[in-house]
Ligand binder design. Structure first.
Ligand SMILES: Nc1ncnc2c1ncn2[C@@H]1O[C@H](COP(=O)(O)OP(=O)(O)OP(=O)(O)O)[C@@H](O)[C@H]1O
Ligand SMILES: O=P(O)(O)OC[C@H]1O[C@H](OP(=O)(O)OP(=O)(O)O)[C@H](O)[C@@H]1O
Ligand SMILES: [Mg+2]
Length: 283
């Protein structure tokens, strides 16, 4: 049996639950029950505050956890990370009031900075030879300059709208973060085996999300060009069409290259291009 700790409610919750379900693991979840057991995989799920997850996993109270790298590194346990998960991407940034002059990180020397991440920020500033007074607060950090608590802040930024709404300007990126799977260091061999099964499924889900299945028709004369554009996993499937001189080609394409490749496919004579989502992808 493995115990997995995930965030009870917040920015990580929905994607963590979705990932577990996409791995084919079924469980009942209700907002008032803080522990549940999967029905078709030896997994127990604990619903916790995200700040508590690294410590629980380090102590082996939970075997696995899903948490942001920002919280993991701040807690001092970066070595627990076993897999990046590709969601809850954000950055920890320094920001100052929009009207204030800012030349470089050195201009923060001796200033008051409010943050929930004193360890990550302290290391960053020390790396730049800057000494500042860090005020640790646990939330609503962006309010600090406007109430006279600090001249600058360091907090999570994603779209930047919270900074904008509070009259602040992002000046330095201190740390980049995404959700990660973490594991306690003393898993039994049986638990290690279950973790590997889980990672295998998570990787298949992630790979599938980045890829699309593509089908198209092309004149045989364009086949070499189409093969070059769509190499697929091993090579594309090519089947003849009823109409002489034409083939149907099926392959896999990376989502971020899709539009670029499609325009080249059209240029070499491809027609009737269909693109389908892939649910799982095993290499
Ligand atoms: N705006 C955002 N965009 C993307 N990811 C974010 C954003 N804000 C936070 N995150 C990520 O999600 C994690 C959880 O954020 P959330 O705001 O839910 O935390 P919290 O308020 O501390 O929750 P808890 O109540 O569990 O302590 C953060 O540590 C960070 O990794
Ligand atoms: O750059 P943005 O897209 O505006 O996102 C950044 C904000 O998101 C997070 O807060 P959240 O909304 O999760 O609220 P919280 O303070 O309750 O954690 C974070 O603490 C920032 O305040
Ligand atoms: Mg928290």
């Amino acid at each position: 049996m493995l115990r997995l700790a995930i965030q009870k409610s917040g920015r990580l919750s929905e994607d963590s639950l979705a990932l577990i379900r996409e791995c084919g693991i079924n469980f009942l979840s209700t907002s008032y029950k803080l522990k549940t057991e999967a029905t078709n995989f030896p997994l127990e799920i604990l619903f916790l505050r995200d700040d508590d997850i690294p410590g629980y996993v380090k102590d082996g109270v939970a075997d696995l956890g899903i948490v942001g790298q920002n919280v993991l590194v701040e807690a001092g346990y970066p070595n627990l990370e076993v897999e990046t998960l590709g969601f809850s991407k954000c950055r920890l940034s320094l920001a100052v009031p929009r009207a204030d002059a800012y030349a470089s990180v050195e201009s923060l020397q001796g200033k008051n900075i409010a943050t929930s991440y004193p360890n990550i920020l302290g290391r960053y500033l020390a790396g730049h030879g800057v000494q500042a007074n860090l005020h640790t607060i646990s939330g609503s950090v962006e309010i600090a300059p406007s109430i006279g608590l600090a001249e600058a802040i360091c907090d999570i930024v994603s779209s930047g709208s919270t900074l904008l709404g509070n009259g602040l300007r992002e000046v330095e990126t201190v740390f980049r973060s995404e959700a990660v799977l973490i594991a306690q260091p003393n898993l039994t061999p049986e638990q290690q085996d279950l973790l590997e099964q889980l990672q295998f499924r998570m990787q298949a889900v992630r790979r599938a999300k980045r890829s699309k299945y593509i089908l198209l028709n092309a004149p045989i004369s364009a086949l070499e060009e189409v093969r070059r554009l769509l190499p697929g996993i091993k090579s594309p499937t090519v089947t003849p069409l009823a109409e002489a001189g034409w083939v149907s080609v099926q392959s896999v394409v990376q989502e971020d290259e899709f539009w670029h490749i499609t325009s080249q496919l059209k240029a070499v004579g491809a027609e009737g291009i269909l693109v389908l989502p892939i649910e799982k992808m095993i290499a």
